[in-house]
Design a protein around this ligand. Structure first.
Ligand code: HEM
Length: 246
């Protein structure tokens, strides 16, 4: 090995060790340091009972929802390279994505299917949390954060629905915002604020688009961070306490 090789290896090993600071083997202290010094692993509490990690306790529904959200951010960003939020150009842009953009149809389908799936996994995750009684103190605040996450998931689905600007989208948004208009006192103002006027048109498209690609994903990202941080601060999953009681 010449001196250049040696220097390269030394640099590579320094970079490796600056990211992964502790090995797996060795003492319990080593293992706990490996966990707490890693941004992903440190979401777990320092001590986790093996039984609380059972697949059948959570079915991974929370983490699957979070992964689907990442898939949606990634595929959504790709779609934004081609989509144009204008009433004349939205539908042709969407057709172009499907018919002539390389992997366009695949990307659009990924985005749609991930969105449908996320609604399903978030609702199932909520049902699982309820079934295991994990909404009780000290997790009541995280339950409330979760309720907002559910509402945001639904709001993202609803705002995304208008973007293709086809007949289905147009009438779904017309009906949806008309329903919002029946809310006592606030209804009319809310409807007009959503569609940007008295009937669905260009200003509705730009409003729904901005909510869909910027405002709602930003709030969602922040709330998911708070949600996961709360799971950690509440002592990990509720199963941990039940195991201690047994
Ligand atoms: C975008 C939507 C959501 C994401 C990404 C998410 C993510 C997660 C993750 C990763 C966990 C850790 C355990 C697990 O995987 O089950 C968790 C736990 C929890 N989630 Fe969610 N969640 C979401 C929506 C909700 C909703 C709608 C509720 C309830 C209204 C909720 C309430 C809770 C509670 C109370 C816990 C603690 C559970 C326990 O200690 O057993 N979450 N969430």
């Amino acid at each position: 090995m010449d001196s250049n090789d040696f220097a390269d290896r030394l640099t590579a090993s320094r970079i490796w060790r600056s990211v992964f600071r502790h090995g797996w083997s060795g003492s319990p202290l080593d293992r706990s340091l490996a966990t707490t010094s890693n941004v992903f692993f440190h979401l777990h509490p320092v001590k986790v009972d093996r039984r609380s990690l059972r697949w059948s306790y959570t079915f991974g529904l929370g983490i699957i929802s979070a992964i689907l959200f990442l898939v949606l951010l990634f595929t959504g960003a790709l779609l934004m390279f081609y989509y144009v939020p204008s009433v004349e150009r939205a539908y042709p842009a969407m057709k172009e994505i499907q018919l002539s953009v390389p992997l366009g149809q695949f990307t659009r389908n990924m985005h749609r299917w991930a969105a449908h799936l996320m609604v399903l996994t978030v609702v199932l995750h909520m049902a699982r949390v309820f079934y295991t009684g994990a909404y009780k103190p000290p997790r009541e605040f995280n339950w409330v954060v979760g309720v907002f996450l559910l509402l945001l998931t639904l709001a993202l689905s609803f705002t995304g629905y208008l973007t293709p600007w086809d007949q289905l989208a147009y009438w779904a948004i017309t009906v949806g915002t008309n329903i919002a208009g029946y809310i006592p006192l606030l209804g009319t103002a809310l409807k007009q604020a959503l569609i940007g006027g008295v009937e669905v048109g260009q200003s509705s498209l730009i409003r729904f688009y901005t909510l869909h690609v910027a405002v709602l994903p930003a709030i969602m990202s922040l709330l998911i961070a708070v949600h996961l941080w709360r799971v950690r601060k509440d002592g990990g999953l509720a199963a941990n306490e039940r195991v201690e009681e047994e």
